[in-house]
Design a protein around this ligand. Structure first.
Ligand code: KG4
Ligand code: ZN
Length: 338
């Protein structure tokens, strides 16, 4: 049959991922191999360790994706790979792997922008048309995008310092909670009182969609140190209350800025993506904004919010449908704004 099948390869941060997705939006397989344990002792992703792990694991991830889909490379139409932005060693490992496969099997090679992968995910999951608004919130990124086409993105605003995921990770480190910080802070926050501590709402007093999260982290550090000075240490409940206050502050900022993004650039759909969109409180706050505005809210399943190969395969399919692909001279780009 003439069904198109795209192999997607992702290795720009700390997940080694490969997936097979059809041109009509079916995910045949999606393999994600995380590296949390490898980086656990360092309090963050170590680029050298990540690059080596990607290089070791990419071939296996691709083999697993093929076997889980029950197909071989002969059935594949084209190979899509994250060509940036991201940690350069990991991106290079992915691009090299994809070039090897494309050259060996005689397949077109499609370089994909990682952010475009996240931003086009609602089209893969829900088949929506253009335009739509996207709040992309992850460990490395935070921006509002207006999406008018597969390659037509307008940035409406974004963080001027840390990404929220990075801030969650740093808060977890301050409170000696496990990494990645987002899920552990969310779990702590579940039993906390969000009103015991007053944290700032950075940049809410300014117009527009720009955001800032580094001040929140600094304020949380000061509160923690104050508690330690007053009490000689953190008491039962302190961590939970700090986490709840922090999560509420982030959720409120993202919600209010979403309201402004929708007002500045009305669209029928507001979608979220990126690892932080996995947070229940943040999802709920942004969903409420969409509901108030009478706009459809879309949040991909958690496995498609965090880094994965399916979104790269799909973004590759979108480029391929426009008649675009790359040569074997495709370069890895550490920085690549949309
Ligand atoms: O999109 P992603 O997998 O990787 C990139 O940064 O591209 O996002 C990972 C980030 C991490 O900072 C992690 O702490 C955060 O997403 N995260 C969360 C949650 N789950 C993951 N942040 C808040 N709440 C969560 N439940
Ligand atoms: Zn990502």
């Amino acid at each position: 049959d003439d069904q198109q099948i795209f192999l997607g390869i992702e290795s720009s941060c700390d997940d080694t991922a490969a997936a097979l997705v059809t041109g009509d939006r079916q995910i045949l397989s999606s393999v994600v191999s995380g590296q949390t344990a490898l980086h656990a002792d360092f309090g963050g992703v170590v680029p050298e360790i990540a690059a080596r792990a990607h290089a070791e694991r990419l071939d296996l991830a691709v083999e697993q994706a093929l076997s889980q889909a029950g197909i071989t490379l002969r059935d594949v139409t084209a190979v899509a790979v994250t060509a940036g932005p991201g940690l350069i060693g990991g991106v290079m490992a992915g691009v090299m792997c994809a070039k090897g496969i494309a050259a060996g099997a005689g397949l077109p090679l499609i370089g994909v922008n990682h952010l475009a992968g996240h931003a086009l995910t609602p089209r893969l999951t829900d088949g929506i048309g253009f335009p739509y608004l996207m709040l992309l919130v992850s460990g490395g990124h935070c921006q509002f995008l207006r999406v008018d086409g597969p390659q037509d993105f307008t940035r409406l605003g974004g963080t001027i310092d840390d990404a929220p995921g990075e801030a969650f990770d740093k808060l977890a480190k301050l409170l000696a909670l496990p990494q990645p910080g987002g899920p552990s802070v969310e779990a702590e926050a579940a039993t906390g009182d969000p009103d015991r501590f007053a944290l700032p709402r950075p940049l809410l007093d300014r117009p527009g969609c720009d955001m800032s999260f580094s001040g929140l982290k600094t304020a949380a550090l000061r509160l923690r140190d104050g508690l330690i000075a007053d009490q000689g240490g953190l008491r039962q409940g302190d961590r939970a209350d700090l986490c709840a206050a922090f999560q509420q502050a982030v959720a409120e900022v993202l919600a209010e800025k979403s309201r402004r993004a929708l007002a500045a650039s009305p669209a029928p759909v507001l979608a979220v993506a990126g690892g932080v969109a996995a947070n229940g409180a943040i999802r709920a706050a942004v969903e409420q904004v969409a509901r108030d505005a009478g706009v459809r809210f879309l949040a991909p399943p958690l496995a498609l919010c965090t880094d994965n190969g399916a979104m790269i395969a799909w973004a590759g399919a979108e480029r391929f449908a426009l008649g675009q692909w790359d040569g074997l001279d495709l370069a890895a780009r550490p920085r690549w704004p949309l």
